[in-house]
Every structure is written in C-alpha cells, then in structure tokens.
Design a protein around this ligand. Structure first.
Ligand code: AMP
Ligand code: ZN
Ligand code: FE
Ligand code: FE
Length: 285
C-alpha cells in the first residue's frame, strides 16, 4: 500500500487541479492520497468526483496556526486536519477570515514590489486566483517567474519572499484553538513537518508534548524536510506520547520538485487515523 497524506492542489498553492491531482496519484501508483490544501476544503468535491477506480481519498486541509515555539516566541506551524466536517460553523468562519487575510497580504507584498519597480501587476496576480482562494507566496513566486525576475520558485523564496522588505505576515489561528475546532468537527489533527529547520523556526519537543495534551492526534515524521536524525527523534517522541506517525510528500505539482508518494504512511496508521475520525470517511473510487 502506498499512502501519501499531504498534497496541495491549485485550490491553494499546488499546480494540479484537484481532478488532476487524484489522476496523478493513481498514475504514480498510490493506493491512498490526502488532499490537504492550505486553509480550504474547496478542492474536496472535485477530487472526489474525479477519483480513479480503487484510489482512496482522505479529505483534509493544512491549517496555518500560531504556536509558542517553547523559547519565548510565537511562530507559524502547520496543522494537518483530516476527515472533519467542513461545515462546522466556527471553523468555517475562521478559515474564511484567514483566506481573506492571505489574499490581502499577498496583494500588499505584490504592491510593494511593483512600487519598487518590479514588472509585476498585483491586480492581474489576484485575478488569476480561484474565488476565495488561500493565496500564498508560491503564487507571487510564479508572477516573478512570468515577469522574468527569477527563474524558479526556490529562487523567488530565497531572494525575495522569506522575510526581507517585501514580507508581510498573517494573524494565524492559535494552534490549541485549531486543534479544538477540528476535534469538535470530528476530525483528527497531525502536526505537519514539526522539525523542518530548513523552512524556518521550529518548536521544541516540550511544545509537541503540550499539543499532545491539548488533543493533537499525530506528527508527520517522514517529510522531505526532515533528515534521518530528525525522523528518529520525532518517532521516539511520538512513541512516548502515543501519537500517530505519518509520512507524506507535501506535493505541490510543479511549485516544488518532490514527487507524489516520495514519502509514505503505513496502512496501520491510516486505519488508526480513520478509526478516530467521526467527521468524515475515506472515499473509495
Ligand atoms: P505562505 O502560505 O505564503 O506562508 O507560503 C508558504 C508556502 O510556500 C508553503 O506551502 C511552502 O510549502 C511553500 N514554500 C516555502 N518555502 C518554499 C521554497 N523555498 N520553495 C518553494 N516553496 C516554498
Ligand atoms: Zn503550500
Ligand atoms: Fe506546510
Ligand atoms: Fe503543505
């Protein structure tokens, strides 16, 4: 069984439409795939309708959350949420707020770049996005590529989009509140790439202990941004805390180089995750 529990479609900052994503998953030999767009469930229906025969679909999302880092600061962490009821009222309101803020913030970043002479058009950038989209920096990276300013998404991040004068932050959901809302909506939460140092600041092991006490269901251990030593320590932390362990590619289509199924989750873990969820079921094509 090949199970990949973290992928993005064009409903957030991936490049495959939800239908293309599930087709690509079947072609890549996957048995189960989760669609986990940033702060939206907008791709679920299209992915479900296009599900190739035999492929299992886990409906989820990746929520941007504010979290104490265990060293006195607050940082952004990503919380994967699976098999929850997307019509839970408080969750819908919060996710909608976050999506609007994402769009305003991306437009501001583009406006500051345009004001400094970059040949990009903030209005065109925003018009290209799907309705109510959770806009992200990869969209701005693509605009910079189209304008010939950079030649890759990685170069755009390294040169202009990670901190620096054009960076605008967001007000993310407090992580314990997000865990609580997903639990209320019948879902299961998994902390995405918790120790991915290369992406920016990370939390301490004590923070993971606190989140487990607050209802966190699991941790994503096998992720492209975790090295072997990181995986070993995270796996033992998960064992200590009784957390589920997942593995996933974090596929973004051509916005990243990683392939579908490059990292995987065991069937036992997926079964345990599905057994805990009351907000939704795994769909079978
Ligand atoms: P944002 O949602 O605007 O905070 O942007 C974060 C998104 O950009 C995440 O989906 C990351 O996977 C992606 N990202 C972060 N760093 C890079 C990078 N160096 N290259 C490509 N994508 C990145
Ligand atoms: Zn992303
Ligand atoms: Fe993430
Ligand atoms: Fe992701």
């Amino acid at each position: 069984m090949v199970i990949d529990l973290h992928t993005h479609s064009s409903e957030s900052d991936g490049t495959d439409s939800p239908a293309e994503l599930v087709k690509a998953a079947a072609l890549a030999g996957l048995d189960a795939v989760a669609i986990t767009d940033h702060d939206t469930a907008a791709g679920w229906a299209e992915a479900a309708a296009a599900l190739p025969p035999g492929l299992r679909l886990v409906r989820g999302a990746e929520l941007s959350c504010a979290c104490p880092d265990g060293r006195g600061r607050t940082i952004t962490v990503h919380l994967l949420a699976y098999l929850y009821d997307p019509t839970h009222a408080a969750l819908m309101v919060e996710q909608s707020r976050l999506r609007s803020e994402r769009r305003e913030r991306l437009q501001k970043m583009a406006e500051m770049m345009q004001a400094d002479g970059f040949p990009i058009d903030p209005v065109e950038l925003m018009e290209r996005l799907p309705f109510d989209a959770p806009a992200g920096r990869p969209h701005l990276a693509q605009a910079l590529i189209r304008a010939g300013v950079v030649s890759s998404v990685d170069e755009a991040f390294a040169t202009y989009l990670t901190g620096g004068r054009y960076y605008v932050g967001r007000t993310d959901t407090p992580v314990e509140r997000a865990i609580e809302m997903i639990a209320e909506a019948g879902g299961v939460t998994v902390l995405a790439h918790p120790f991915a140092r290369s992406r920016g600041p990370i939390v301490t092991a004590d923070v993971v202990r606190d989140l487990a006490a607050a209802g966190l269901g699991g941790v994503e251990v096998d992720h492209p941004d975790h090295d072997a030593a990181t995986r070993t320590s995270l796996r033992s932390l998960a064992g200590e805390l009784g957390l589920l362990v997942t593995g996933s590619s974090d596929y973004h289509g051509t916005n990243k180089t990683v392939r579908l199924g490059a990292e995987t989750t065991s069937p036992e873990m997926l079964d345990a995750l599905a057994a805990r969820a009351t907000g939704g079921k795994i769909l079978v094509g």
